[in-house]
Design a binder for this molecule. Structure first.
Ligand SMILES: O=C(O)c1ccccc1NCC(=O)[C@H](O)[C@H](O)COP(=O)(O)O
Length: 275
C-alpha cells in the first residue's frame, strides 16, 4: 500500500516535470555560477551539544502540512526569517514543496536574500535537477530523506550536493536508516521523530535512536517540539541542533521563542558534559 511519503514524492515528480520544461539545467548552472558560494551549514550546526550557549536551532518556514493542514499565513517569509535570525537561529529551513506545504522556490530565494545564516531547502529530493535548483535559489543545505531513496541515489545525491558546494542533512527514522546514512558518509544526520509513512509523532523516539548515532556526525533532532521542554529533552539526549516548525510558525513572537528554546537547552549543559 502506498504510504504518505510515496504520495508526496509522486506529486513532487509531477510538479518537477513542469519546472524542468520551463527552465533548463543550463540556465540553473548559469545562475549558480553567478551566485555567491554556499555558506558552511556544517560549521553552523556542529558542536551544539557541548556549546554553553545551548543547542543550535533550525527554524522552519512552514505554512501547512499533511498532518495538521493550515498552520500559519506567512505572507512574507523574509520577515519571519529575520525574526528567527534575530532570535539566534543557526539555520533557516524553508519548505519548498508546493502541494502539501504551500512552499516555493520563491520563498527560498526571499529567505536567502533576507538573512546571513545558512538556509536549508527542505523538500523531497528525488531528482538531480532539484539540487541545481536548490543551489541556484540560494540553498546552503539540502534534505535527503533516507526512506525515499535507495543506496545508489543516496550516494549520488551526497556527491552532487558536495560538488555544488552544499551540505546535506540526511534524515532517518529507524536504526536501519541511520546505519545506511552513516555507511554512505553522511556528516549531518537528522532523526525525524515523525514517521513520514504514517505521520505518527513520538518525541521519545529521539532518545531511542540517538544511541545509534556515531560521535563524529552532527546530530539533529527533528519535529514534535511543542515548547522549550521538548528542546531541553532533545538537548539532554545529545542533539547538536533541533529543527522546529509548527511551534515557531504558530508562535506570535518567533524571535523570543527561538531565544527561549536555546535558553531551555542550556539547562542541560552539566548532563552533556558527562556524555
Ligand atoms: O509535517 C508534516 O506533517 C509532514 C508530513 C509528511 C512529510 C513531512 C512532514 N513534515 C516535514 C518535517 O519533517 C517538519 O516540517 C519538520 O521536521 C518540523 O516539524 P514540526 O516542528 O513538528 O512542525
Amino acid at each position: 500500500m502506498a504510504t504518505v511519503l510515496d504520495s508526496i514524492t509522486e506529486g513532487v515528480r509531477e510538479d518537477l516535470a513542469g519546472r524542468k520544461a520551463a527552465v533548463s539545467l543550463r540556465d540553473l548552472e548559469e545562475q549558480i555560477a553567478a551566485a555567491p558560494p554556499a555558506l558552511d551549514a556544517h560549521a553552523a550546526l556542529a558542536g551544539g551539544r557541548s556549546d554553553p550557549a545551548g543547542v543550535r536551532i533550525i527554524s522552519e518556514v512552514k505554512r501547512k502540512s499533511p498532518s495538521k493542514g493550515d498552520l500559519a499565513e506567512i505572507p512574507d517569509p523574509a520577515v519571519l526569517a529575520r525574526a528567527y535570525q534575530a532570535g539566534g537561529a543557526s539555520v533557516i529551513s524553508v519548505l519548498t514543496e508546493a502541494r502539501r506545504f504551500s512552499g516555493s522556490l520563491a520563498d527560498l530565494q526571499a529567505v536567502r536574500a533576507a538573512v546571513e545564516i545558512p538556509v536549508l531547502r527542505k523538500d523531497f529530493m528525488v531528482d538531480p535537477y532539484q539540487f541545481y535548483e536548490a543551489r541556484a535559489y540560494g540553498a546552503d543545505l539540502v534534505l535527503l530523506i533516507v526512506a525515499a531513496l535507495d543506496d545508489a541515489q543516496l550516494r549520488d545525491y551526497l556527491a552532487l550536493t558536495q560538488e555544488l558546494g552544499m551540505h546535506a542533512l540526511v534524515e532517518a527514522h529507524t536504526v536501519e536508516e541511520i546505519e545506511r546514512a552513516v555507511a554512505l558518509g553522511a556528516q549531518i544526520v537528522g532523526v525525524n521523530v515523525r514517521n513520514l509513512k504514517t505521520l505518527e509523532v513520538d518525541v521519545t523516539h529521539y532518545a531511542a535512536m540517538a544511541q545509534h548515532l556515531p560521535e563524529h556526525v552532527v546530530r539533529i533532532a527533528e519535529s514534535g517540539v511543542e515548547g522549550p521542554e521538548t528542546v531541553r529533552d532533545y538537548a539532554a539526549q545529545g542533539a547538536d541542533a533541533v529543527l522546529v516548525g509548527e511551534a515557531l510558525v504558530r508562535n506570535g513572537e518567533p524571535e523570543l521563542a527561538v531565544k527561549e528554546f536555546r535558553a531551555a537547552s542550556r539547562a542541560q549543559t552539566p548532563a552533556k558534559e558527562t556524555m
